[in-house]
Design a protein around this ligand. Structure first.
Ligand code: KDG
Ligand code: MG
Length: 403
């Protein structure tokens, strides 16, 4: 089955999404997600200018060979833009392969290992009371796992602490980067107080999660982990910036708090120290940023040997196409942990009709052949690309810091 054409569609139904559509000489088509939030057009150019011309005429069913061709063949390996471009093509090819087999994608990955995929959603608030109210309300909607974030009193709201991110764009779409303010010494004593109140309100049956978003040093993260131990969090996420994998050794020495990391990783080589030394419990790579279904499966299979479980990144900037691929992998692998699910705008759902479905805290991949997500190009035309940046963060004295 030969690839005859590949189209790149960039559209913004609330968020910018980069989608590829691969055409074959047998009439089958497949789509893939290549979105890198805030850097979308780089992936579109990488695909159009450098990848697509090399793939016309190739056998669409050779997913592994094409993955290696784009990874090893580029010479410049890894990196978010390269891996998102590879990911987009790889998802589209798996979509085509599963459609050719007339099966949902999960069947080609080994079939179902579980009946449903547990998700966590987000609650943010300007103070502890608001977060507690939000978590109680979300629990009533059937969620078994909830991530809780609170603003620091006296500082403007930061990422993840505004009102519900479910339908809104999360307050993160800015034509230029918004500047947030960060103060570790005000944050560290606040978070244990939040989780104490949350446990008082919802008990210990529900999984509670917290995202530090790379803002601490290893020893600060170790302190926070220790302070949170009585509240038994499901995980502490991105406690430190993870390009220095060895930093997790310090956190691990001091706390039994489970740790998650990896939403900005794009290859298995970002994870080797973390996984082989069992410094983390959950690996947060996602299909779009880790080289598609092929890349994701390689990392999760490697992690399974070391008792590390999957936890695909799934914010609103991971499109419903990548979300679909994640769900097929989630349901098929043995070492599934949890799936992040922020939900999407109505316009996003209109643009990406899909067979996966969400109900009271759990996702199902659906039974449509392929990964089950299509793109309505007429709808996409209604939502042109709009420049959008993620924020940056500064300390109170103006020093630029991690966020
Ligand atoms: O594009 C960046 C966001 O997806 C990221 O900041 C969200 O931390 C995040 C999360 O855990 O979903
Ligand atoms: Mg995160």
């Amino acid at each position: 089955m030969k690839i005859t054409d590949i189209k790149v569609i960039v559209a913004s139904p609330g968020r910018n999404f980069v989608t590829v559509k691969v055409y074959t000489d047998q009439g089958l088509t497949g789509i893939g997600d290549g979105t890198v939030n805030g850097r979308e057009l780089s992936v579109a150019s990488y695909l159009k200018d450098h990848v697509i011309p090399t793939l016309i005429g190739k056998d669409a069913l050779r997913t592994e060979d094409i993955w290696q061709y784009l990874y090893k063949g580029a010479y410049w390996r890894r990196g978010p833009i390269t891996m998102a471009a590879i990911g987009a093509i790889d998802m589209a090819l798996w979509d085509i392969k599963a459609k050719a087999a007339n099966m949902p994608l999960y069947q080609l990955l080994g079939g179902k290992s579980r009946d449903k995929v547990m998700v966590y959603k987000h609650v943010g608030g300007l103070d502890i009371g608001e977060v507690v109210e939000g978590v109680v309300a979300m629990r009533e909607q059937g969620l078994d796992a909830i991530r809780a974030q609170v603003s620091i009193p006296g500082l403007p709201p930061i990422y993840g602490t505004g009102p519900s991110t479910d339908q809104a764009a999360g307050g993160m779409i800015h034509p230029l980067p918004n500047e947030e303010v960060w103060a570790t010494h005000k944050y560290l004593p606040l978070v244990p107080k939040l989780f104490e109140k949350l446990r008082d309100a919802v008990g210990y049956d529900v999984h509670l999660l917290h995202d530090v978003h790379h803002r601490l040093t290893p020893i600060e993260a170790a302190r926070l982990g220790k302070d949170l131990e009585p509240f038994r969090l499901f995980w502490l996420e991105d406690a430190i910036p993870a390009e220095l994998q060895e930093g997790f050794r310090i956190i691990r020495q001091h706390t039994t708090q489970p740790l998650a990391v990896g939403e900005v990783f794009n290859s298995i080589f970002d994870t080797t120290t973390l996984i082989t030394e069992q410094l983390i419990d959950y690996i947060r790579v996602t299909s779009v940023h880790a080289g598609g279904v092929t890349g994701l499966k390689k990392i999760f299979d490697f992690a399974s040997i070391y008792h590390v479980r999957s936890a695909c990144h799934g914010p609103m900037d991971v499109s419903p196409v990548a979300m679909g691929c994640n769900i097929h992998v989630d349901v098929a692998i043995n070492n599934f942990g949890i799936q992040e699910f922020s939900g999407y705008t109505e316009a996003t759902h209109e643009m990406f009709p899909c067979s996966w479905s969400y109900d009271r805290g759990y996702l199902q991949p659906g039974e449509a052949p392929g990964h089950g997500v299509e793109i309505d190009e007429k709808v996409a035309e209604k939502y042109p690309y709009a420049p959008a940046y993620l924020p940056v963060a500064r300390l109170e004295d103006g020093t630029l810091t991690s966020w």
